[in-house]
Design a protein around this ligand. Structure first.
Ligand SMILES: [Zn+2]
Length: 142
């Protein structure tokens, strides 16, 4: 994660490096296929143990989004979620920027977005948990 101070809401889904946040993809050494996340078996060729981690999803295009008004425990409504196309046929479900930030309007369908890892939920004991959040890229909103 970006600052290392937040526990992830889910393990092994995202990380960060000097270039920023990324989703963890799995590239198959046998067929070259790419999947979201590391899995024991390649979902393309079904070979065992052929996936190697690859950074994906630093940027993408918002496919669709909606606002959640009735939140499950640990989430604070309202918040926006949606699907982001991150290339190579991969589509990520994530939190999406809901309002203008620093003069950059919230992204709409087709707009370019950039991944950040931010606090998205709170455990019953008060521990904040991080998750993927896609925000508009300045100058690309329609
Ligand atoms: Zn494969």
């Amino acid at each position: 994660m970006a600052d290392g101070s937040l526990a992830p809401a889910w393990d092994g889904v995202w990380d960060a490096d000097g270039e920023g946040a990324f989703m963890i993809g799995g590239r198959c050494g046998a067929c070259g296929g790419l999947a979201l996340g590391l899995r024991p078996i390649c979902p393309h060729c079904h070979k065992d143990g052929t996936l190697a981690a690859e950074a994906v999803g630093r940027r993408g295009r918002l496919y669709s989004a909606t606002v959640i008004h009735q939140a499950p425990p640990g989430f604070e409504a309202p918040y926006r979620v949606g699907y982001v196309d991150i290339g190579e046929g991969l589509r990520v479900f994530a939190h999406i920027q809901a309002e203008a930030e620093n003069g950059v309007p919230a992204p709409g369908p087709g707009d370019e977005v950039v991944l950040r890892i931010v606090a998205v939920k709170t455990d019953p004991d008060g521990t904040a948990r991080s998750g993927p959040f896609y925000a508009a890229v300045e100058g690309t909103a329609k």
